[in-house]
Structure formats: C-alpha cells, structure tokens
Design a protein around this ligand. Structure first.
Ligand code: SAH
Length: 246
C-alpha cells in the first residue's frame, strides 16, 4: 500500500478530496440562510444553547474542527469565546474570514490545518473542542476523535454531532433531505459513512473521554423547523468531557 497522502497538499491522509470539493463548490453560499446551508443555520442556535448549558463559553479557548464557513465558530465567538476554526477547504475558510470582517465578529480566527496536525502542535490547549457534522465526511473518523481528545485540556469538553446509520436515518437524512425535500444537494451524505452512536461512543471512550450527554435533532417538514430532544435516530449530538485525572 502506498504511504503517500491522498492529496499531496495535506500531511494527513485522513481526508477525502471529493468531500472537500463538495463543500468548496458551495463555499460562496455558506452565509446565505436560504441556501443548501439552511439546515446548519437553523440548528445553530439549538446546538449553541446546548453547548452553553453545559459549559459557558465566555472567555473559553475554543477549537471548531471542520468549521466550514464558520456558522458555529462565529456564533461561539459572539458569546465571548476565543475561537479557532479549522478546515481543509480553503474557500470555506476565506468565506468564514470575510464574514467575520463584515459582521465585525471579535475573537475568531481561521486556519487551514488538519485536526491531526494541530493536535501535534497544540496538545491540551483548548477548553472546548467542537466537531459538528464533519465526522461523516472523513475516511477515518476515529482518528479525528483521537485528535480531539489530544487537543482538549484535562477537564475540558468535546462536542460531536453526526448522522446515525440505520434505515430511518437513511430514509430521513438521505432520501428525505436530498431527494424529496431538496434540503441538501444529492450526494451530500454517503450511507456507509454515517456513524452509529455506539460506534462513536466506543471511539470516544477509547480516548479517555467521558460521555456526559446525548441529544437528537428532529426536522418537521410541515413547519420546516428543527427541534432538539431525545430522539437520536437521525441526527445526534454527543457531549464528552476529559476527566481532570486521566
Ligand atoms: N462544522 C460546520 C460545517 C459542517 S460541513 C457546521 O456544522 O456548521 C462539513 C465540513 O467538514 C466542511 O466544511 C468540510 O470542508 C469539512 N471537512 C471535511 N473533511 C475534513 C477534514 N478531513 N478535515 C477538516 N475538515 C474537513
């Protein structure tokens, strides 16, 4: 097997260039709330409030992995956090940066670097790490979980969100969202890459993180609204914490 990275630009091989290209192609629309990114804009206040209910963000050092156009990074900075957003799609990072300038958001920076490379550089430097709607787009999500665990300080929090893998999530997240309701471009999510909570839980625990809470997001096609609750069948979030003593 070749030891060459898939994309020579990245020292990490844990990246799927086709996945990055999907997001790069849409990068100019990140801040259009009626675009393909409407679902992310809609769930943003819900996930932000949930994070803040567990760890107030004021003055925290926060890392947002796979930040895209900065929808969550920007919102966390507006809560008084010092945020670093990282992604490997340069176009998205430029859009994120431009948005921060235009909106006058203080305390947010963006950088093109892989989670694994940043973990080698800034181990145990962050109070909070977020990795939202990203794990299902990478070849080896467990390696991202490992990097998150390395990046967070003892006592700090790591938040994940992704798509569950079961017949219901296939129907709702792929067929419903991409083919019936046209909420997302076709091909956004690949069924085989979706992640069961039990799989994520295993990866998280293997890195010494404690699972503190799980939530689900549900979409109501009639009201076109999302709500957060206990149904983790389709889209779910997991809050984890690194114990003070490992
Ligand atoms: N986390 C953001 C964006 C989610 S979209 C939010 O929830 O609002 C998924 C993002 O993951 C895209 O921006 C894509 O470029 C990024 N991504 C995909 N593979 C990646 C990788 N290997 N490393 C870093 N980011 C990656």
């Amino acid at each position: 097997m070749s030891t060459q990275p898939i994309h020579p630009q990245f020292s990490s091989s844990n990246v799927d260039p086709a996945e990055l290209a999907k997001f790069s192609d849409l990068a100019h629309r990140w801040w259009d709330k009626e675009s393909e990114f409407r679902p992310l804009h809609q769930i943003n206040p819900l996930r932000l409030n949930w994070i803040q209910s567990l760890v107030p963000l004021q003055d925290r050092k926060v890392l947002d992995i796979g930040c895209g156009g900065g929808i969550l990074s920007d919102a966390m900075a507006r809560q008084g956090a010092q945020v670093l957003g990282v992604d490997l799609a340069v176009k998205s990072l430029k859009v994120a940066q431009l948005h921060a300038l235009e909106a006058g958001t203080q305390g947010v920076q963006y950088r093109e670097i892989s989670a694994e490379d940043l973990a080698a550089e800034q181990a145990a430097k962050f109070d909070v790490v977020t990795c939202m709607e990203m794990l299902e787009h990478v070849p080896d999500p467990s390696a991202i979980v490992k990097a998150c665990a390395k990046l967070v300080k003892p006592g700090g929090w790591v938040f994940f969100s992704t798509l569950n893998r079961n017949p219901k999530s296939f129907l709702f997240a792929v067929i419903g969202a991409e083919y019936v309701l046209n909420l997302l471009p076709r091909g956004t999510h690949e069924y085989a890459r979706m992640i069961k909570p039990s799989e994520l839980a295993d990866w998280v625990r293997a890195q010494g993180l404690d699972i503190m809470q799980m939530k689900g997001l549900s979409y109501n096609p009639f009201t076109r609204n999302y709500s957060m609750g206990s149904d983790t069948d389709v889209n779910y979030l997991m809050a984890t914490q690194m114990p003070l003593e490992k």
